[in-house]
Design a binder for this molecule. Structure first.
Ligand code: NAP
Ligand code: ZN
Ligand code: ZN
Length: 352
């Protein structure tokens, strides 16, 4: 049993988004049905809609930064009620029994979690994401959005927020730690806000100084252009932690040279091609090169509560359904301040 709902659909890799419909399952005993209000556009949506990471499942409805209101709950649901403000991030299910799931690290589920879109339910159905007006998910994978954050500025927290919060927490960002955020886009601007709220000393490493004023307003104390070779000399052996949010190739050794003794550089950006670095860059300072993937459900809730407590939402540009194709081009050109969020009320085709 399914319900037909409006959605923005890419019919094939790289195809423009068109208004169409998809089927959502009806509410099961443990399910929550959500009227989606806003869906953020993550660069991962672009990578997948264009098959930059490998084969995708089409037709595709991206969107894993979802915020909305609960409109129905199944008979056994205890965590959410009709009218609640809720969100969904990058996955809508996981095996719930492997060591990683039991540890609350469902993003690393050993069976493989169920991606919010471009994935398959364990029962085999294709999943569809937030560029639509309604979604149904198991209550355990639905987050509560605290009062005090607008649903529009909260949506990007479900991916950009948790993807930066998790490594910042894991690698101990806080007072006395020097943290650099590479790339000030969707992830990067949240990284700056969260790292500053955690009490770290934050530096932005951006391609140019064009967003310097914003970076300093968001909480950074320093801002450098990576197009200037002096940046790498000025900041030699300076940072305890570098979070790299860049989706393109980088000269990794130059970045490693800015790490202090025992410093770590953490990749969250996911470039298409393999990256290379010299082992000497690590050995010379007992440095670490690492990666991090979104965050688990418990930590995502912790992040949302942290953001509400510190008055942090994403800096957004709300767009309507007709602007999504252009927005993709602008994200690719780093022309976004700092996250596009789709007002999903504009998805249904206008009445004839
Ligand atoms: P975004 O908004 O496009 O931001 C990326 C930023 O990287 C840009 O704003 C730009 O910042 C910088 N950049 C872009 N091209 C560059 C280049 N050629 N050289 C140097 N810097 C460049 O993207 P996003 O949504 O934040 O996502 C960033 C990456 O993280 C994507 O690859 C995405 O797939 C990945 N991601 C990973 C996870 C995870 O769990 N690991 C989760 C979400 C997203 P400046 O203008 O400041 O230089
Ligand atoms: Zn994302
Ligand atoms: Zn699992």
């Amino acid at each position: 049993m399914t319900t037909t709902v409006p959605a923005l659909v890419a019919a094939s890799p790289g195809a423009a988004f068109e208004r169409s419909t998809i089927e959502r399952r009806n509410v099961g005993a443990n399910d929550v049905q959500i009227d989606i209000a806003f869906a953020g556009i993550c660069h991962s949506d672009i990578h997948q809609a264009r098959e930059e990471w490998g084969a995708g499942i089409f037709p595709m409805v991206p969107g894993h930064e979802i915020a909305g209101i609960v409109t129905a709950v199944g008979a056994d649901v205890t965590k959410h009620s009709v009218g609640d403000r809720v969100g969904i991030g990058c996955f809508v299910d996981s095996c719930r029994e492997c060591d990683n799931c039991l540890a609350g690290e469902e993003q690393f589920c050993l069976k493989g979690n169920v991606a919010t879109y471009n994935g398959r339910e364990y029962t085999g159905e294709n999943t569809h994401g937030g560029y639509s007006t309604q979604i149904v998910a198991n209550e355990n994978y639905v987050l509560s959005i605290p009062e005090g954050i607008g649903l529009d500025e909260a949506a990007p927290l479900l991916c950009a927020g948790i993807t930066t919060y998790s490594p910042l927490k894991h690698w101990g960002a806080g007072p006395g730690k020097k943290v650099a955020i590479v790339g000030m886009g969707g992830l990067g601007h949240m990284g700056v806000k969260i790292a500053a709220a955690l009490g770290a000393d934050v530096t932005v490493l951006s391609q140019t100084l064009s967003k310097q004023e914003d970076g300093l307003k968001l909480g950074a104390t320093d801002y450098f252009a990576t197009s200037d070779p002096e940046t790498f000399k000025t900041n030699r052996k300076r940072f305890d932690l570098i979070i790299n949010t860049v989706s393109a190739d980088l000269p990794i050794d130059d970045y490693l040279s800015m790490l202090t003794l025992n410093g770590s550089m953490v990749f969250v950006g996911l470039p298409e091609k393999p990256q290379t670095f010299s082992v000497f860059s690590l050995v010379g300072g007992r440095r670490r090169l690492a990666g991090s993937n979104i965050g688990g459900i418990r930590e995502t809730q912790e992040m949302l509560d942290f953001c509400a407590e510190h008055g942090l939402g994403a800096d957004i540009e709300v767009i309507d359904a007709d602007q999504v194709n252009d927005a993709y081009e602008r994200v690719i050109k780093s022309d976004v301040r700092y996250r596009f969020v789709i007002d999903t009320a504009t998805i249904p085709a206008p009445a004839a």
